[in-house]
Ligand binder design. Structure first.
Ligand code: ATP
Ligand code: MG
Length: 580
């Protein structure tokens, strides 16, 4: 594409709304333009990147035997009522009405629709297995849309759904997708890791997320420094060396004006680890839960939501605590004052022989409390966040580290969740009716593209991996009024275009500085600069975006070959990327 015929508008200034560098660079480079909160237009450069990522995804999905379809974006509410998610999905689901007052949703995901398609057509074990996928626009009314394409409300996703006759088949389909995902993210030039994950509102059993490692990632991952254990903090466990402590007699003590567990423990000269603090939440239905965890632990809200079967948990306000009959700062599990509240203890509390706990009375705590001796609870579960340096639950030797990542892909074994709820069944070999075993597999196309920027940029701009760059090669003519240079550049450009390469040709009548800065911002991997001085000694300058300091002067006749070799080399390097 000739720059003068393009629709590229770069911006000099950093964009205030962008909290992370990749968002800023997408806006400044003229890749995307904002329409509304979490809703973006893709401009020509942005669309080229989206297309490249989509094409890699498509190739790998096809290679894994998946079949491309395109489902409707608007879905009737009946299907969501049938699956139970009309209620369960919560406020992220964009609900709309047609002129006849009938309910629809703008699809945030397509389990219901694909299950509906399959139950209409596939009736026999002979039809199985198969995997249907699409690349399509989704809508999720996110609470906090931010970071550009990373967490949009409208975004492009690849979603695939596998159907099998039995559990074993589902496991095989899942592994095929897992392999395809490794190929996809490697080909996109990303440093990534797959981690054990929570299954969230989509439901199901096993699930893994593909995380692009980045300091600005919204997800936290726990990894072992010795073995390959890695898990989202929402799911991670650890081994902690727990001292049980001395068994003491239960005793009520005065703790005047001591509201936080830290203050209480300091006042009583007790170790915070030997205390239980209360955290009180309500879910989307208004049901209240009281969680007790050790004083120096943090509650993981996703774990807490899973344990209680809630979509969303919100902490109770001081007023709501009062209304529920709870004494802020002094809530304890012994004689818990409200029978309607479910009380859940973290399983670590079972290890302690003596605990400091609130006495449900202003100014008082108990010391020496012991679970199962002095109090019981409705449930015991893993509720806490794993901390750095705790022991790995898999190899039991390595130390756990916490790092951040961007979730670009997610694979799940759904099992029978949707096929049972929606009666999607086939006849097995014995003529018996059976529900399908399903899996589902998502990739955020825009999020993947933006994650690549988050990992590959410098102070001047983007450094695209060649496989997803809007153009592979740029030709910058610094002297557009020189006939010889124009003739040469036109020829080189035509040659490359005719050979099927992606080239951006900057033949604008602009200052050299402006052109070179624009090109650095846009981040095209290979650059050919044609300027008077070199050209008159029959040379042009070739460099890579990632190594701007290493500029090579290449004979004008050898440029085509030279650039082709560089291009091939850049693609080869992607093949060698290993999981981070
Ligand atoms: P998250 O925890 O980040 O909200 P999710 O678990 O809701 O993600 P899935 O339902 O598994 O996401 O969707 C599959 C993929 O779609 C994700 O791995 C991610 O790459 C992408 N994705 C999900 N939500 C968004 C969004 N709001 N904006 C852009 N991409 C998204
Ligand atoms: Mg989500």
């Amino acid at each position: 594409m000739r720059y003068s015929e393009s629709f590229i508008y770069t911006l000099k200034e950093d964009q205030k709304e962008a909290a992370i560098v990749s968002h800023n660079l997408l806006l400044r480079g003229g890749f995307i333009s904002k329409l509304a909160s979490g809703i973006y237009n893709y401009l020509p450069l942005g669309l080229r990147v989206i297309r490249k990522v989509s094409e890699i995804v498509r190739e790998e999905m096809n290679a894994a035997g998946a079949l491309e379809i395109l489902m409707a974006a608007i879905q009737p509410a009946e299907l969501w009522i049938e699956s139970g998610r009309w209620n369960d999905y919560g406020k992220e689901l964009l609900r709309i009405k047609d002129r006849g007052d009938r309910d629809f949703v703008f699809g945030p995901t397509h389990e219901e629709v694909v299950t509906d398609i399959v139950r209409k057509y596939a009736k026999s074990y002979k039809d199985l297995p198969f995997n249907l996928y699409q690349i399509q626009t989704k809508f999720r009314d996110e609470v906090r849309p931010r970071f550009g394409l990373m967490r949009g409300r409208e975004f492009i996703m690849k979603d695939a759904y596998s159907f099998d006759a039995d559990e074993n088949g589902m496991d095989i389909s899942y592994l095929k997708m897992r392999d395809a995902y490794y190929n996809i993210f490697r080909r996109c030039g990303l440093a990534f890791r797959s981690v054990e994950a929570d299954t969230g509102s989509i439901g199901g059993k096993d699930s893994e997320e593909f995380m692009v490692l980045s300091k600005t990632g919204e997800d936290e991952i726990v990894v072992c420094d010795k073995c390959d254990y890695s898990a989202n903090v929402e799911r991670a466990e650890s081994i902690t060396k727990d001292e049980k402590g001395e068994e003491l007699k239960l005793k009520k003590v005065e703790t005047p004006n001591k509201q936080t567990i830290k203050d209480v423990c300091e006042f009583l000269n007790a170790d915070e680890r030997f205390s239980a603090k209360a955290l009180v939440y309500k879910n989307e239905e208004g049901k209240i839960f009281c969680f007790f965890i050790e004083g120096d632990d943090e509650l993981n809200e996703i774990k807490a939501a899973r344990v209680t079967g809630s979509v969303e948990l919100v902490m109770l306000s001081d007023e709501e605590l009062k209304d529920a009959g709870l004494e802020k700062g002094y809530i304890g599990p012994i004689n818990f004052p409200n029978k309607d509240i479910e009380v859940i203890c973290d399983k670590r509390l079972e290890n302690r022989n003596n605990l400091v706990v609130g006495a449900n009375e202003e100014g008082y705590h108990y010391i020496g409390a012991k679970l199962h001796r002095d109090f019981e609870c409705d449930k015991i579960a893993d509720l806490r966040e794993v901390k750095e340096n705790e022991l790995c639950p898999r190899c039991k030797q390595g130390k756990l580290k916490r790092i951040r990542g961007i979730e670009v892909g997610h694979i799940f074994k759904l099992g029978l969740k949707y096929s049972k709820a929606m009666k999607a069944e086939f006849l097995d070999k014995n003529g018996k009716t059976q529900p399908f075993y399903m899996g589902c597999y998502g990739i955020g196309i825009g999020r993947t593209a933006q994650a690549a920027i988050e990992q590959n940029h410098d102070e001047k701009g983007i450094i695209w991996p060649i496989s997803i760059a809007p153009f592979e090669i740029e030709i910058v003519s610094l002297d557009t009024r020189d006939d010889g240079i124009r003739y040469y550049c036109d020829m080189l450009y035509d040659d490359m275009i005719n050979n099927g390469f992606d080239v951006l040709y900057d033949e604008r009548d602009e200052r050299a500085g402006v052109k070179l800065n624009d090109m650095d911002l846009i981040g095209i991997p290979i650059r050919v600069v044609v300027g008077k001085k070199n050209f008159h000694s029959n040379k042009v300058e070739v460099s890579l975006r990632k190594n701007r300091d290493e500029k090579e002067l290449v004979d004008i006749d050898a440029v085509f070959e030279y650039v082709m070799n560089l291009r091939e080399q850049l693609y080869k390097e992607l093949e060698n990327i290993r999981e981070a």
